[in-house]
Design a protein around this ligand. Sequence first.
Ligand code: GLA
Length: 387
Amino acid sequence: MEKRLIEKFEELFGKGGDIRAYFAPGRVNLIGEHTDYNGGHVFPCALTIGTYGIARKRTDNKLRFYSMNFEQLGVLESSIEGLKPEKEADWTNYPKGVIWAFQEKGMQPDSGFDLLLFGNIPNGSGLSSSASVEVLTGFILRDLFGFEVTNQDLALIGQYSENKFNGVNCGIMDQFAIAMGKAEHAIFLDTATLQFEYAPIRLKNAKIVISCSNKKRGLGDSKYNERRSECEKALAQLQEVIDINSLGDLTIEEFEEHQDAITDEVCRKRAKHAVYENQRTIQAVDALKQNDITKFGKLMNESHVSLRDDYEVTGVELDTLVEEAWKVEGVIGSRMTGAGFGGCTVSIVEDDAVDNFIAKVGAAYEAKIGYAADFYVVEIGDGPVRL
Ligand code: GLA
């Protein structure tokens, strides 16, 4: 892989110098959806698919970018000074945002650089191709310019750039899962404190299968920011009757007792999801520790129902994938993953049921939706690396 990318890099940007190769993963969230900006828990893991980057410092202040996923855009160029988001800059707004965020935090690269990317995560699929590019860019900046930042800082800088440069009010989950990923482990993260623990995922005789709806989703133009403000409204009203910092502070009993303080019915449903999903995530990790994968699967299913009915972020594509998955024998659990509104589902499927799962869900999806879904049997991988 790297060899082919380096050849392409040399063809575009010339040979010689200190050319370095890197990789940052994508992520899938097993449970704990739309809880990360509500001070709740999440349980994501890094994948072995992700984004490759080839980079070399320049002697001037130019930035030159090329993506093998968007070859039609050619080489996109700018100065490292005065970075601001621009529509024409397309995908390069992600790496630019990270460079800008480093500068905002007082870390000024002493030159520009050339960067070639290639991602094998389907774009816009809900597997965090953008957070993967953000963390990769931060990792490259640290390596090329010697900035003293930890992997956790890279996650926070990535989120900061996405919030402030790209205008998406995302939580910390994606960048954290990518920057802190560990092979064969998921990350049980408390987003209120950033305390986390690695939980081994030892699925005996089962696989993680991602079903990609191929319905494209842009976070910025989706209803993501709207959900976030609905939760904020609900929180503000709850705070009038109970002393909490976030929805993640509430137990189910406390929520049930005080929910009437939320006057708007829609906001009440959103808050209900956030509270119940947080508790489900805690229970799910507990079940996993007890080796009760059946319970883990059941909680995944409940998570989907809540995202469908209370949070309303699924849509016919994701619902079809999940509801068809539930019908297949050997499926332990299945739910949408990521922001929703398109993107992917994650299912835990017994080894000998995987082929049947792909055939059955694939056929039913195509018959109902009119185009095909894609299926990936994935492995849990490490965080970013220099290759
Ligand atoms: C997107 C965001 C995350 C998180 C999920 C929903 O992936 O980037 O911060 O909010 O949606 O769980």
